[in-house]
Every structure is written in C-alpha cells, then in structure tokens.
Ligand binder design. Structure first.
Ligand SMILES: *Cc1c(COP(=O)(O)O)cnc(C)c1O
Length: 330
C-alpha cells in the first residue's frame, strides 16, 4: 500500500529508531532530560526565539500557545479553515475560555483588511476584545499553501501597532521554509508564540515544540503539567525530533516534487501545489477513494467532492510514480 492519506502516517526509520534507543534521558518534569533540553534549545534558536517546550501534540501546543496571548472571554482571530478552529475539537473554548472570529480566504492567506475589520479593541465591559491573531503556515485545509512572508510582515507591523499578539501554527512551517527558502527565523520573527510539529513530514513518531519568550514558555510549562502533559524520560522521543532536524528537513523538497507529479497525474494544476498536499476535485470522491485503495493507493476524501493526497517520508520516488499511474488511470 502507498499511503497518501496524511503525512502523519510516517513510521520512524531504522536510523531514527537507533537514535531513539541511544538517547540520554532524565526526568523532564524536573527539567533533567538532556536530550529534551537540547531539542528545545535547538528549535528555539532555529526560530530566533528565547525558549521552547517539547509538547506531546501540536494540538496541545496550539492550545497553550493561544492561551498565552488570550485570556478567558477574549478572542483570537483566524482564518475559517484554520486547524485551531476546525480540528482541535473546540479545545480553545473548552479549556481556555477563548472565543474566535474568522475571516475566509481560499488559500488560507492573511486578509489584513478583513482582520482590521474584525479587530475589536478594548471597548469596556460591552464587547469581546481581540488580543491575538492566529495564522497557519503552511495552511493544511487550504491544501498546503504557503503564506507569503510580506503578508505576514504587514500583519506583524499592524499587530504591534495595536498591541495584538500573533500565534503561528507552524505544524508544517518546515515545508514553507523548504518551498520558499525563507529562513525559519524570518517566519519566527512575525510571531510572539508558535508551534511546530515533528510528527508530520519530519517523520518523528510523536512531538511538537512550542516556541516563544522565556516567560511564555515558563507559563506554558505550568499549563502543560496542569493538563497532564508533563512527561518523564521523554528524551527517547526528543531524540527522534533531533534526528529529524538533522536528516528530514531538506528532503521535504522531494515530497514537494512528488506532490506536483501526483497533481499532474490527477489532472490538478501542478502550479497550484505549493508543498506536499494535493487537493483534487472529484464529484465521486468516496468511490474514487475505494477504487484507488483497491489498486494499492490510499487517499483520503475530504468532504463529498474533494480528495486529498499528501506526500511524505514514507513515499519514495518509485512509489510516487506508481501512485501517479494508478491515479491517472482513474
Ligand atoms: C497536525 C496539525 C496540528 C497538530 O496536530 P496533532 O495531531 O495534535 O499533533 C496543528 N496544526 C496543523 C495545521 C496541523 O496540520
């Protein structure tokens, strides 16, 4: 089976497993796991921030990141298909009392005019106040689209002017970085707090990293423990993340090339594919998924008329070619 449902289906490579087995560990709730500390320092430095915190999932990381900017009863603005709005099961409301309002953009981009129109300053005890804007790069449900850096800089400038924080959901920020060549620290500079995933295209079995100021990270550490996310000898997992940073970032370019190949085979416009996600319009999505699976290619229906293909570490060039043949015939 060639599994194109998601880049979360990757399994750790032999070399990653060896790095995990060899990891030096300690009790990370005491702050004594050297491998976790090394991962945190490295990711913070890569993104140009003071500190970082290893998190079990990207969802928990986003929840703690957003709550660092938004008090209960305040709001965060985001794009309407954002992961924080659609795919975290209302966690920001359920745990943090955060409310949301959204703008909509077909490619998930920042629409600064819309953001400014939604923005609610402190108007006294009558209206919900906006204290943060959240952006997602790459944007998952828009099809792995890259948010243009100029747009993000304009948002940053405006947000600083009005005193609003910016959260960056960078689950696939690595893909944006590799696709555009924009340094990670330049993406990091537009956000007060951000989250990156190690378990998507980077191929680690578990883990995300929350990145921000030393104060933000210290507070997130308290909340992580409060939510039951304090982990002990978790260096075995951090080692997978460090291995991924050494070996699996630059190779994302292969995933992007494979995605263009698949788009072409499916009759989608390869130019619309910016990273490792391809969305194909099919009125027969459910049967397409079944017929592809019958020929050894797993793809996912996202809604009644769209099919999603995601390339990753577990899909070789030969796999991509074979999948392209199967999908072209469909
Ligand atoms: C996968 C993902 C997350 C976090 O997901 P977890 O499964 O909780 O690790 C957050 N944001 C985006 C855009 C994602 O694709």
């Amino acid at each position: 089976m060639i599994d194109l449902r998601s880049d979360t289906v990757t399994r750790p490579t032999e070399a990653m497993r060896a790095a995990m087995a060899a990891a030096e560990v300690g009790d990370d709730v005491y702050g004594e796991d050297p491998t976790v500390l090394a991962l945190q320092e490295r990711v913070a430095a890569m993104l140009g921030h003071e500190a970082a915190l290893f998190m079990p999932t990207g969802s928990m990381s986003n929840v703690l990141a957003v709550r660092s900017l938004v008090q209960p009863g305040q709001e965060v603005l985001c794009e309407s298909a954002a992961h924080i709005a659609r795919a975290e099961l209302g966690a920001h409301g359920a745990y943090s009392g955060v409310t949301m309002r959204t703008w909509t953009h077909p490619r998930g981009h920042v629409d600064l005019d819309a953001v400014q129109a939604l923005y609610a300053p402190d108007l006294g005890p009558y209206f919900v106040r906006t204290t943060a804007v959240s952006v997602e790069n790459t944007h998952n449900f828009a099809g792995g689209t890259v948010l243009p850096i100029d747009q993000l800089r304009d948002l940053r400038e405006w947000a600083t002017g009005v005193g609003v924080g910016i959260h960056l959901d960078g689950a696939r920020l690595w893909n944006a970085h590799v696709a555009t060549g924009t340094p990670l620290a330049e993406y990091g500079a537009i956000a007060d707090v951000l989250s990156v995933c190690l378990s998507k295209g980077l191929g680690a079995p578990v883990g995300s990293v929350l990145v921000g100021s030393a104060d933000t990270v210290a507070e997130a550490r308290v909340w992580r423990k409060r939510m039951g996310g304090g982990m002990r000898q978790v260096g075995v997992l951090a080692a997978a993340g460090l291995h991924a940073l050494d070996h699996h970032v630059e190779r994302l370019a292969d995933d992007h090339a494979h995605a263009r190949l698949l788009a072409d085979a499916c009759g989608a416009d390869p130019a619309s594919v910016e990273t490792n996600i391809v969305v194909v319009d099919r009125s027969d999505a459910a049967s397409y998924v079944e017929r592809a699976a019958a020929q050894g290619v797993r793809v996912a229906a996202v809604g009644a008329t769209k099919v999603r293909l995601v390339t990753h570490l577990g899909v070789s060039t030969d796999d991509a070619r074979r999948a392209a043949e199967v999908l072209a015939a469909l």
